[in-house]
Write a protein that binds this ligand. Sequence first.
Ligand code: ZN
Length: 582
Amino acid sequence: MIKELSDLGKTLRSQKADDEWVHDALKPEPINVELIITSDGSFQKFNLIEKKQTISEAITAKKGKARLLLDKAEEVLCYGGEKSKSKHELFLKKLDAYQSLPELAPVISFYNSNKTKGADMALQSYVEAIPEEKNRKGNIGFRIQSEGIRIHEKPEVLQKIIDNYETAQKELMEGSKKKCSICGQAKYPVEDIPHGMIKRVPSGQSSGCALVSYNDTAFESYALQGNENSSICTNCAKTYVEGLNWLLSAGNEIVIRTKKGKDKTSYRYTNRKNFGSDTAIVFWTRGNKALSEIDQLEAPNPDDVNKLLESVSLGKEKDSRYVEADQFYSCTLSGSAARIAVRDWIETSLFDFRKSIAQWFKDIAIMEYDSSLKALKTRYVGLYNLARSSQNVTNDKDVSLSRTASYLWNAAIKKTVPPLWLLTKVLQRSRMDEYGVTAERASLIKLILNRNNKGGGFMVTEKIEEGLKPVAYVCGQIFAKLESIQFAALGISSIRERYFTYAMTLPAAAFGRLFNLHSKHFTKLKNEKPGLAINMDKELQELCKDVDIKSFPATFSLEEQGQFAIGYYHQRQRQFNTSNKN
Ligand SMILES: [Zn+2]
C-alpha cells in the first residue's frame, strides 16, 4: 500500500509544472505577521498579513527544531518569557548555521549588535501591535523596509537551504548503505525522522496524523531507532505522504441547488468518500484516471448502470479504455488520535474492478413500484443508503454505520460476501422501523442471501418468484396478502405492527392466529364489497396452493427470515401495481 501511495506521489510530482515544483528541502508554510526592520537591524514595525502562503525551509517535525527566519513568536521574539527561552535559542542557533549569508546580516544585527533597538524593542511593541491573541499564534517572517521580498524568500537563502539539505543527505548515505524497503534502492537515506503528517483524516488530529511511527522501544528491533525500523527512504516517505494527502483533499467546488431552489457551493472530493464521521475511503488507479463507476455506486443512474452491465456481459470491455493494464487501489482509513488506522486495503485490476461493480448491481437490483410511472421498475440503491437502511441511525457519531458501509464497499469492489450479522441487523430494522421492508432493505437482504448462498440454494431475483419457492418466501407473500385484506375490510392494517416478527420467526403459531383474524376480516369484506372479497380471496388461495398451510414449520432460520421478508416485499410491490391498475 505504501509503495502504491509513494508511486502516486511520484506521478503527481512528475505532473507538476516547473514553476510549481518545490524542492524536498523547502515547503509552503503560512505566514501571519511581517517583522519590518532596517538594513542595520533596527526594528520598524509589525505588519499583520493574515495567513498568506510563503515558501520556507522544510522541517520534518516541530519539536526540538526551529525554521530558518520564519517561525512563531516564541522562537522569533522569545515571546512568553522564560518558558520560550529554549525555543528562541533553537531559532538563534539556526541563524548561526547560516550566518555566512550576506542576506542575513540585518537579522544578525537585530539580535546582536543592535539588540536594544532591534529584538528588545520588537518584543516590547509586539502585544500592542498585534492586539488579538489569535494573530499571535502564526508565523513571523522578516522583511527589510525598503524591499518587496521577505528575507527567507530570497533566492540565495533558498538555494543555501537546498545545498545544506543535499550535503546532509549525502553524508547520511555515506554512513549507511541501507536499501529502502519501498523502492529497493539505496539512493536516499533511511532516517529516524517523522515521515510527514497526513491531514484531513476523519477523527484524526487537526494538525495531522502519522501513518508510520514508532513511539515505544517495544516496536523497535535490531537496534534500529524509531522510523529506521520502517526502512523507508526519505524520498519514498515524502512521496507516500504527498500521495495520501492529495487523495484525502483532491476535489473541486461545485454549485448545487438546494430543495428550496437556492444555489450553494459545496466541495466535491474526486478520490475520497466519507463513511460516517470517523471513516474515509480513498481510491485511485495507477494511471490516476477518473472512475465514473464509483459515482454510480453512490448514486446509481439506471441508464448508466445498464450500459455498464451490457458492456461487461457482452465482453465489450475488451474494446473499452480498460484494456490497458491499469490497477485499482482503495484504502479505508480512520483517525485514532495521532495515528491512522488502516481498516482495509484493496488492490485489483481495473478489469476485475469493473466486473465486480457490474455483479454488485445485479445483486442489489430490486423491483419497486414507482407511483409516478404507475409501474414496477428496477431500482438500484446507492451503497451508503443500503448501509444506512440496516442501522438505527440516531446520530452521525454512530460508528456501526461507517463499519457497515466499509463492508459493503469491499463487497462491491472485490465481490466479497457480506457477513450474516448484517442480515440480522437489516431484518431487525425491517421489523422495528415503521417503514418496514423498504426497497433499500429488500435490496440489501437480497444481496446478503444470494452471496451467502453456496451451491444450489434458492436465489432471490429482483421481482416476484414464479414456480418453485421456499416456504418462508411464500409465507411472506401470504402475510402481505392478509395485510391487504385487513386493510380492504377495516381501512387500517395493524397486523404488520403486531404480527410481523411473530410470523417471521414462529410461523406455525403465528399463522394459526393470523388465519383466525383473517376469517373475521373476510366476512366483513364479503358483506360490504363482495366483488373485491372474491378477487382477494382467489389471490390468497393461489398463494396458499404453494404451501401446506396445515403444517407450517415451527421456526424459520435466519436465512429463511430473509426469504420471508423478500417474499413480503415482492408481494406488496405487485399489489401496489395491480391495485393501482384496477
Ligand atoms: Zn525508497
